[in-house]
Design a protein around this ligand. Sequence first.
Ligand code: FES
Ligand code: FES
Length: 167
Amino acid sequence: MNTGQITVNGREVTLEGVPPQETLREFVRTRGGSTGTAGACGHGVCGACTVLLDGRPARSCLTLSAAAAGRSVVTAEALEAAHPEVARALRAAFLTHNAFQCGYCTAGMLVLACWWVTASADERRSCPDVASLLESNLCRCTSYDGLRAAITAVEADHVLKRSEPRA
Ligand code: FES
Ligand code: FES
C-alpha cells in the first residue's frame, strides 16, 4: 500500500490505502475530486488526461499515484488559481476561435497550452512552436486550426505584456 500524500490543486490528499497500481488519473478523479481530468486511450497516446505535475505537463494515465508522492498536481479546474491571467485568456480564446467541438480533449489541451504560454524558452526547447506543441495531444474532432489560432493569440499577448516596461 502507498503512504504519503499528493497536493492536488492546493489540497493535500493522502495516498494511504491507495493500491500500488492506481494511476494518478484515478487518484485525482476520485480522491482529488478533479473529475474534469479526462481519459480516453489510457495508454499515454492522446493527452486527454494531461495535468501539471510540479509545473510540467504529465500524462496522468501513465503516472502511478505512488510516483507522485510528495509532489504537486494542478488539473484543468485549478488552472485559473495557478495562472489566473493566462488561464482566463485561454478559456476566452478557445471560445472565440472555436477551438473545441465535443470538448473531450479540451481539459488536457488547456493544461498543455497554459504550461506552454507560461514556460520559459528553455523549458520549451522540445516544442518551440504551437504546431509541435499540439503533436502531443489528439483532438478527434480535428479542431486544430482553432486550437492553433487560440493558443497563438494568447501567447502573443502574453509575450507582449511580459516585454512591457514595468511602471
Ligand atoms: S488517457 Fe492518458 S494519454 Fe490518453
Ligand atoms: S474537441 Fe473533440 S476531441 Fe477535441
